[in-house]
Design a protein around this ligand. Structure first.
Ligand SMILES: CC(C)(COP(=O)(O)OP(=O)(O)OC[C@H]1O[C@@H](n2cnc3c(N)ncnc32)[C@H](O)[C@@H]1OP(=O)(O)O)[C@@H](O)C(=O)NCCC(=O)NCCS
Length: 190
C-alpha cells in the first residue's frame, strides 16, 4: 500500500502537501515512538505507556504496519495483526457468524500526531489496512477503548459495525471497557 490521498494542506513553504501512506520501515520506529508519546500525553493512548514502545508497535502477531507522512514527516501509524485466542473482537465476530465468518485480522496501533489531525489521515490509514486484510482474505476487526471518542467517531464514520462492548482486566485494579467493531463489506467502504 502506497498512495496519496486525504485532504491537501499547506506546507511551511506554502506548497500544497498531501499525506502519503507507505509501508513502515525499521528506520521509522523512532519517529513513530516520538509521535506516539505525544498522543499518549494528549489523549491517553495507549492507556498504559509501554516499557518498550518500539516493541509495542511490533507485536509478535503483526502482519504489516504502515506510516503516514506529511511533508516528509511521519505523522501517523497503523498495524494489522493476526488474531489470537484471547482477542475480544475476533471472538465476538466469530460468535456472531456462528463459526462461519472466516479468519480475522485485527487493526491496531492506530494514531495520528495531534498536529496532523482532521485531514483524513486516520481514515486513509484505516482504509489501507482494511484493503490489505481483504487481500489476505481476512475480515478486519478491532477493539477500541470506550472513552476514545475521536477513534469511535472515525470508525462509525467509516461504517464499521459495532459487535459489542467487553470489560477487560488490564492490571490490578484496572478494568477497561473496550468496544469491538467489524469493517463493513468492501462494497460499502467508500
Ligand atoms: C482517532 C484518530 C486516529 C483520528 O485521526 P484523524 O487523522 O484526525 O482522523 P480523520 O481526519 O481521518 O477523521 C475522519 C473522520 O473521523 C471522525 N473524527 C475524527 N476525529 C474526530 C473528532 N475528534 N471528533 C469527532 N469526529 C472525529 C470524523 O467523522 C472525520 O470525518 P470528517 O472530518 O469528514 O468529519 C486520532 O484522533 C488519534 O490518533 N487519536 C488518539 C489515538 C487513538 O485513540 N487511537 C485509536 C486506537 S483504537
Amino acid at each position: 500500500m502506497e498512495h496519496e490521498s486525504g485532504t491537501a494542506s499547506g506546507s511551511a513553504s506554502g506548497a500544497v502537501v498531501r499525506p502519503l501512506v507507505r509501508g513502515r520501515r525499521d528506520g521509522d520506529l523512532e519517529d513513530c515512538v516520538r509521535a506516539l508519546a505525544e498522543v499518549h500525553r494528549r489523549d491517553g493512548y495507549p492507556v498504559n505507556w509501554p516499557a518498550e514502545p518500539a516493541a509495542w508497535l511490533s507485536p509478535p502477531s503483526l502482519l504489516a504496519a504502515w506510516v503516514a507522512e506529511l511533508d516528509g514527516r511521519v505523522v501517523g501509524h497503523i498495524g494489522l495483526c493476526g488474531s489470537g485466542p484471547g482477542d475480544a473482537a475476533p471472538a465476538l465476530w466469530g460468535s456472531r457468524q456462528g463459526g462461519e465468518g472466516g479468519a480475522t485480522a485485527v487493526v491496531s496501533r492506530l494514531f495520528v500526531a495531534p498536529v496532523a489531525r482532521g485531514q483524513g489521515i486516520g481514515a486513509l490509514l484505516v482504509r489501507g489496512a482494511v484493503q490489505d486484510a481483504r487481500g489476505r482474505a481476512l475480515q478486519p476487526v478491532l477493539d477500541v477503548v470506550a472513552s476514545d471518542a475521536a477513534a469511535l467517531a472515525l470508525y462509525e464514520r467509516l461504517g464499521w459495525e459495532a459487535l459489542g462492548t467487553v470489560e477487560q482486566r488490564w492490571g490490578p485494579g484496572q478494568t477497561v471497557a473496550v468496544r469491538c467493531f467489524a469493517a463493513p463489506p468492501s462494497a460499502s467502504l467508500d
